[in-house]
Design a binder for this molecule. Sequence first.
Ligand SMILES: NC(=O)c1ccc[n+]([C@@H]2O[C@H](COP(=O)([O-])OP(=O)(O)OC[C@H]3O[C@@H](n4cnc5c(N)ncnc54)[C@H](OP(=O)(O)O)[C@@H]3O)[C@@H](O)[C@H]2O)c1
Length: 330
Amino acid sequence: MTSNRQIVLVNKPDGVPAREDFALREAPLPEMPAGGVLCRTRFLSLDPYMRSQIAGRHPSGTVAPGEAMRGETVSEVLRSDAPELPAGRLVRCMGGWREYSAHAAGEARLLDEEITPPSYALSILGMTGLTAWAGMVWQAKVREGDCVLIPAVTGAVGSAAAQFCALRGARVIGIAGSQAKCRFAEESLGVEACINRHTEDIDSRLKQLCPAGINVYFDLIGGGLLQTACTHLADHGRIVLCGLMAEYNRPERDPGPPPGLLIAKRAVVSGLVVYDFEARRTEYIRECLALLRAGKIIQREDVSQGLESAPEAFCRLMRGENFGKLVVAL
Ligand SMILES: NC(=O)c1ccc[n+]([C@@H]2O[C@H](COP(=O)([O-])OP(=O)(O)OC[C@H]3O[C@@H](n4cnc5c(N)ncnc54)[C@H](OP(=O)(O)O)[C@@H]3O)[C@@H](O)[C@H]2O)c1
């Protein structure tokens, strides 16, 4: 253990990122800060917000060409000066796209040993699960009888959201990018009907499936779909704005639905930033662990093997080709 392999950004992509926009580079091992830890990455989370960091449009900061990619990891403590983070234990930290990372004690959180497999700390029991719960349970307050529309329904946030809504007695209509994804959503995620966005006309399918209108739209996509969903909104419908998958790969932004449409529907529109719910993470984990243990929810992971696979896996995510929560196992 003398050097540290890491993935750096070499080009800022204009559109969908390509494998060649990233490179594997050797770097010196990081210095362990006094009172801190040296960690080895076990699982790396790949998330759409990283595309916004590359574009310089994310509140957490920018990744410029020449810099290593950042990201949340589950890492093993190799050396420790922090009594609360003993060597051998797993922690959650911002390890980045690299093999080894060093952190001050306050920058790494000991992983609850009840979180198994440990990669769930990055998915259903981590940021993406918390986003789904915050959006559907705390913000939209989904209840029995609601008709809820969820795009990217087999993805990390969408698949958790669909299951949480179905368990609360809502009718869940999903949208996904392939026949196989739609089948999985209907058979395993509690989705009543799933629309294939590549082969079906979403507008006419929504007319058929939601004749009384959509009560809740979880917007993970932006683009034209937001406007389509708004035209099918029931009166007093709730829209949770959460992500812009249809827009991250392009410089311009869609204008969005006309305000008059939202006024006519008496819509309640709220933006969601998961960081605002950090203080409630433990409360969420408790609720979600009980559902997992009771076999009421599942997590499908799309696991890519080895640090060198991270660039292509990330490009797949930004092309919409992941099937489940995308994680790299190191
Ligand atoms: N606001 C927050 O705090 C917060 C927190 C976490 C995540 N998010 C957002 O939530 C959304 C989902 O994130 P995730 O991690 O769960 O990702 P994900 O759903 O696992 O993966 C993204 C999925 O988006 C779908 N998609 C739809 N239109 C697309 C397009 N034009 N191009 C590419 N993909 C498209 C694809 O699924 P199909 O092909 O099946 O449609 C793709 O698999 C993202 O917008 C993300 O930024 C926001």
